[in-house]
Design a protein around this ligand. Sequence first.
Ligand code: TEU
Length: 528
Amino acid sequence: SRTHDWWRDAVIYQVYPRSFADGDGDGTGDLAGVRANLPYLAQLGVDAVWFTPWYLSPLVDGGYDVADYRTIDPAFGTLGDAEKLISEAAEHGIKVIVDIVPNHISDQHAWFQAALAAGPGSPERERFHFRPGRGENGELPPNNWPSQFAGDTWTRVPDGEWYLHLFTPEQPDLNWSHPDVRREHEDVLRFWFERGVAGVRIDSAALLTKHPDLPDFTEGVDPHPYLDRDEIHDIYRSWRAIADEYDGIFVGEVWLPDSERFARYLRPDELHTAFNFNLLACPWDPKRLRRTIDDTLAEHAPVKAPATWVLCNHDVTRTVTRYGREDTAFDFETKTFGTPTDLELGTRRARAAALLTLALPGSVYVYQGEELGLPEADIPLDRIQDPMHFRSGGTDPGRDGCRVPLPWTAGEPHSGFGGATEPWLPQPAYWPRYAVDRQLGDPDSMLALYRTALRLRRDTPGFGDGPMTWLPSDNGVLAFARTDGLVCVVNLRDHPVELPAHSELLLASAQLDADGRLPGDTAVWLRG
Ligand code: TEU
């Protein structure tokens, strides 16, 4: 059978290279650190690894400000290291997915530097969105578009023109109606597919194309001047043709509330998959979880694309912290969660959520540290690096709390992240408790749970791709069957419930009670 469908039920691990493992001991994670820990990833049992950007970058936005796609940032290593990493990963049966950020590039990229030097009216400026300002002296920004981060969307350069940046000023937006922009990205895709990567994650995938006049934005206007415009599908169709030459796949970061519009990206001639963020935004509530799962599967079914489940990533509060809160609903407007955290409760629920997610049909993304049950860390104000924090005027803590360097060995300096050098973000004092070496020796650890779940999922036909059927269950309990007699039961109540009789227990997120019942906030995999 052909191997091109591996992505339909893959478990994909997200590496944030800066914080995974530090091979040269300078306080920043790097590719040497990843290479040294490929056996760890192989034993965890993941099918692929997605690397957030590792290219040359001033790292203003953690690498989502790319200065050159064909060079690895010296903080992480060299292109040779990346090539070795890709082939060594393959030897461990692990595929590699790289991250492409087509909406914008770094202000240090040669194109933007050339545009600044060449001045108004130059062809160099046409690769971006440069405009004169409004107001008597052009002192007002060209339009009213809101920023994806807090703060301004336009920055004025010394000659008086303004340029558009939906994110930080160090991330100028590219002009996607310019042929150079299209050609360059097609070349970049080939560059990485030629080096053996199996897939590409597409950053901010619904933002690329803009209304040519850049008109003001009014609430409810359709089509939107820069979100999810029809022209964008033309770009992804040309990308798909390139990916098909290499048997490569795409995963889009398509953040859209409308499920029909979302599904338009998932077509046989466009993206293979796109992250579904509804699950991570969903509170720990049986009715809402069930509805989220049903809606997600319903929006994917007609286009025959697999659902792509995400509980966490480098942009959001870590799972055990989210689930440890009374009100677990993520508010996209304020980006907050409300009440204080009970880590014991959060961990219990995160364990159950892991078994729930890994039993659903589709592919699953696991963000580094989720398999260790890491909580969101508090970052001292003077150590925060995320531009989101600064651009909010300090009101938003930013996203560093989920990006803290991983703990590997409890007894070593900085929990064995690298060497003696203080890591780029500080680790909390309690970090050694979560270290990999401690968890490896503990059959009840989060790491042990993930390893067992991934092994079962891999070895048991029926998990992964294929249908699911809800089973009748008590109020507050989610129970569903997969093929081959596999059943997942999740108890979201605060008291124990009976499990189906005559079933074999494959895996439990916590101990059953003395009467063999399933306690609250616990999930099991059974064979009926
Ligand atoms: O995120 C895109 C995006 O939509 C973010 O604004 C997201 O809503 C926010 O981070 C949630 O808190 C991608 C990357 O994942 C992110 O790390 C980058 O900062 C951003 O693009 C810009 O490239």
